[in-house]
Design a protein around this ligand. Sequence first.
Ligand code: SF4
Length: 161
Amino acid sequence: MLTKLLSRCTCAECQQCCIFDSYDIWNTPVLVPEIRNKIRQILPEMEFISTGTESYLFKIHTEAESFSCPLLSTEQGCLLGEEKPFDCQIFPLRMMHLDSSIVIAVSPLCDAVMQHSMKTLLNFLKQELAETLFAYAEQHPDVIHVYDPFYPVLLWKPQKF
Ligand code: SF4
């Protein structure tokens, strides 16, 4: 979704967004039932935690300070290929709740995207992606994360109740 901002090569060489701190499990991708079912075909032993009416997170068993996503292969990259979870498709963007709005925020951890000016990111979103992201988030509210003040907000939309 973000190839105009972030080349596939850059992502393939980096993979930082597939590695998580152990205190940061909320940042692992939200898995809707279809994605969870695909993962079960690839990793039959994988366990999940239910986090909403129709969403899951990986159940991670580790004592380490950080861990890689169970789907990250050093040779092949993401084992889901083009069918990644929504969170991964839009990273470093994140859908978040802020007050009574849904916001599109950006993770400052992605050096490649943060090289663009905020104006460029905003124009890209307005012209290419914002409507799609807001529509998906409204249909799948479990992908909306709690706001983290570490993430600059690019766009917001009042939430429908
Ligand atoms: S699902 Fe794929 S893209 Fe997403 S964190 Fe895991 S390995 Fe990375």
